[in-house]
Ligand binder design. Sequence first.
Ligand SMILES: NC(=O)c1ccc[n+]([C@@H]2O[C@H](COP(=O)([O-])OP(=O)(O)OC[C@H]3O[C@@H](n4cnc5c(N)ncnc54)[C@H](OP(=O)(O)O)[C@@H]3O)[C@@H](O)[C@H]2O)c1
Length: 448
Amino acid sequence: MKEFAANAQDTSRPIRIGIAGLGTVGAALIRILEEDGAAIAKKLGRPLIVSAVSARSRSRDRGIDISNIDWYDDPVALAKSEDIDLFVELIGGEDGPAYAAITAALERGCPVVTANKALLARHGVALAHMAEKHEAQLGFEAAVAGGIPVIKTLREGLGSAAITRVYGIMNGTCNYILTRMGNEGIDFESCLKDAQELGYAEADPTFDIEGFDTAHKLAILTTLCFETEIAADQVFVEGISRITQADIKVAADLGYKIKLLGMARQTPDGIEQRVHPTLVPAKSSIAGVDGVLNAIALETNHVQELLLAGPGAGGQATAASVLSDILDIARGTRVPPLGVPSAELAKCERAPMRVHEGGYYIRLNAKDVPGALAAIATRMGESNISLESVIQRPDLHATEPGVEPESSRTVVLITHETIESAVRDALARIDKDGFIVGQPQLIRIEEF
Ligand SMILES: NC(=O)c1ccc[n+]([C@@H]2O[C@H](COP(=O)([O-])OP(=O)(O)OC[C@H]3O[C@@H](n4cnc5c(N)ncnc54)[C@H](OP(=O)(O)O)[C@@H]3O)[C@@H](O)[C@H]2O)c1
């Protein structure tokens, strides 16, 4: 903080930033800083210059001119350089050079801005502690929902309002796939392939489609909402890879859309953090957030529901959030990185998923034998589950491997509000009875 404070007071000097990582976000940031340099200087009352950069390849064409900017092969050396006032980490990865460089900068009191959710989900509390100890600011607006200013809203925008629940669509890849499945009747695999061809999904899409990326972002939001330590390993996670056209069609007929939601709230049993495909009313605001867009809803005691929607990724939108952190730090805004001092964060006590209460969509492949449906209904009743509807339609053919459509019938059960453990028990007993084939599909319903 010392060098930065000294320089920050000397408004005749530009603020010098060092950027490690010149990929999608880093290159976009340099482009914005070039194009908007005059407007930024006007806002700040002094120029903001990129004085040094680091990446792996010095010769790679990035569509930006870095010929007049100092080059560092080693991002840690850049973070330690006395010639920068603010360090921007855009390398990625939860450990390795990103972590080494951020800690090197913070330890010398140099403010840091990062877009790295994986690193924050793992080391966020320790980094916040380090930043506080060395009086350095740590900005990470771009780490959650790319271009949406949700971190600033939570840290600074809500006054003393207490958050009662946070939920949202935090992964554009999943939202793109589910939107196309819903609008065009295409199966999951084809949508994923298109998403990969369009650059919305990675070659290995597991991290996105199985919900882990959403879990990282949710864990960071949970901390800011409920003043608990980041606990990314305590998020219940289910992805979207088992969603079929049958699920999408039945949901639509019942007035719902399927979205991959991340949700967190404080319950009497602890903090509930969950990521899973969810049936949401088609008329709800969150259901209207389609394609690659993200949205985060904050329910609070003072402002009721606040919905922030916009681009969750992409170089330009993400770089805009990085720049907003840079400007805040350059102006001297001082806030604890995680909303409250890190020493005041409580342990995150996990509410077990088995006590979750809600409605359920259950799709089963019942064997086409007498008594199968009656046995299934009986098991549900024994677990005190009341069924709102039982749907059996000829167009809902099973598509799972090993399930013969000729000898089984696809049945969808919609339950009234019940407890997760009751549903799990009933399904285990139905499976044991031998009246179903394949794995049941279970999707939770939220009424917003
Ligand atoms: N892309 C998005 O839409 C988005 C959205 C939100 C958050 N983020 C986050 O933003 C960060 C950057 O993402 P990105 O998409 O811009 O990544 P990217 O395109 O893969 O770029 C990574 C950059 O880091 C550089 N790099 C890798 N290892 C390095 C090392 N050891 N030393 C110095 N530089 C190194 C690479 O250098 P070379 O170019 O020479 O290989 C590259 O320029 C990640 O934390 C990501 O999660 C991205």
